[in-house]
Design a protein around this ligand. Structure first.
Ligand SMILES: [Mg+2]
Length: 120
């Protein structure tokens, strides 16, 4: 079973994504902030991380950098969640080597399709 860590500061969105992906047969862990995400990613082995960009204190980019600084997480696939579609985020995406992007708001089908493509 594929294990996915979802990171977003909006609890309702975390619950929604968990519901969608649990129904698809994925095992889900959730984090509401970067600090918790770093701790979980250090303790557990995930097949994928879904990461919100805009979060207070530690944003998604800083969180991913910190997670990937740990050797075991160096090549972990990441999908960023963003409500923006700006060039700075695209630049970071190339630099950080994230697998894909999901722009909010998204449909369950879009989410499932992006995740499915990564595991294909
Ligand atoms: Mg956010």
């Amino acid at each position: 079973m594929k294990r996915i860590l979802i990171v977003d500061d909006e609890p309702d969105l975390l619950d929604l994504i968990e519901l969608i992906l649990t129904n698809e047969g994925y095992e889900i862990d959730k984090a509401q902030n970067g600090k918790t995400a770093v701790e979980l990613a250090s303790k557990n082995n995930y097949d994928l991380i879904i990461m919100d960009i805009m979060m207070p204190e530690m944003d998604g980019w800083e969180t991913i950098k910190t997670i990937r600084a740990e050797k075991k997480n160096l090549t972990i696939p990441v999908v960023m969640l963003t409500c923006r579609d700006n060039s700075q985020d695209k630049y970071f995406a190339i630099q950080e080597g994230v697998e894909d992007y999901i722009t909010k708001p998204f449909t369950p089908n879009q989410l499932v399709s992006v995740i499915g493509n990564i595991f294909a």
